[in-house]
Design a protein around this ligand. Structure first.
Ligand code: NAP
Length: 259
């Protein structure tokens, strides 16, 4: 097994990373930063996002697993107390592999992948965006922006926008409006829209200052953005599954249970 650990930089995460690294190497695993087959993220869901983007060029060849140094997350199945369990699983058990959809984003002759979401935002000026599905005009949006999330990202920014939580096994993307303008002369769909694999989602963006493109944690605020096309990618994000925690348990832990 060739592994690499991507860690948050706080003391606890670094300590856990060092502990796990030593245990894995003593157990016969090889640390390989360039071409690992397993990447372990130690920190939070945000750390997993950064780990995935670090290896985005090889996302088809790498499996990810996450240990949360806070509570459980949606990309993290293990907590601080589970270092030995995670190590034992990695060295000795055969996991199943869960695959999750990514969004392919094309703009300005560039192509990028999003794990949680892509968003076009403007917090200074009313932003106009024409939206097309498979080249058919849907609507003109006016407001702060548009968020297009994956199913596994639906518990992130999308949820704060009152978008639906979508089971991550579903191969869909969700459009949510950010602070849409509505009055009796102008309105938009208002409801989040869930779209399947055969959808090409296009945004034609009215030129304005201060437009920001967000792809997961990465923010671009200096682009000349006129058009963005998004669709579900053929590439998948793969997570090792040792049956430690179900999605329902993660939902409960994140949003329902009080300490
Ligand atoms: P970040 O600090 O890395 O993450 C912000 C928060 O979102 C953290 O609490 C993180 O959990 C949580 N998170 C990330 N992905 C999630 C997911 N799929 N389901 C549930 N929670 C998730 O912030 P960032 O670098 O600005 O952006 C990274 C992501 O954070 C974005 O992709 C976006 O989804 C989310 N975000 C949400 C809002 C909002 O809800 N208003 C605003 C900005 C960003 P951990 O504490 O476990 O890392």
């Amino acid at each position: 097994m060739k592994f690499y650990i991507v860690s948050k930089l706080d003391d606890v995460s670094v300590k856990i990373s060092n502990e796990l690294r030593t245990k894995l190497i003593n157990g016969g695993a090889i640390e390989d930063e360039v071409s690992p087959n397993i990447v372990v993220s130690i920190g939070g869901d945000g750390t997993m996002l950064r780990a995935v983007h670090e290896y985005i060029e090889k996302v088809d060849d790498v499996c990810f697993v996450g240990l949360h140094t806070g509570t459980l997350g949606f990309y993290t199945n293990y907590t601080l107390d589970d270092v030995d369990l995670l190590c034992d699983n990695l060295l000795n058990k055969n996991p199943s592999i869960d695959e999750y959809s990514l969004i392919e984003v094309r703009y300005n002759n560039k192509t990028q992948l999003a794990l949680n979401e892509i968003r076009v935002e403007n917090n200074y000026h009313t932003q106009e965006i024409d939206i097309y599905l498979n080249e058919q005009y849907l609507q003109t949006f006016k407001g702060n922006g548009i968020c297009l999330a994956t199913a596994i990202g639906s518990t992130g920014y999308n949820r704060s926008l009152k978008g639906p939580i979508i089971h991550p096994s579903l191969d869909v993307m969700i459009m949510s409006e950010i602070a849409a303008i509505h009055h009796r002369y102008f309105s938009t769909l208002s409801s989040p829209l869930v779209m399947g694999r055969n959808t090409i989602f296009k945004m034609v963006i009215k030129p304005s200052k201060h437009i920001l493109l967000g792809i997961d944690h990465e923010i671009y605020d200096d682009l000349e953005l006129t058009e963005i096309e998004c669709k579900l990618s053929d590439k998948k994000f793969k997570m090792l599954n040792y049956n430690e925690f179900s999605y329902v348990q993660r939902l409960r832990k994140a949003f329902l249970e009080k300490d």
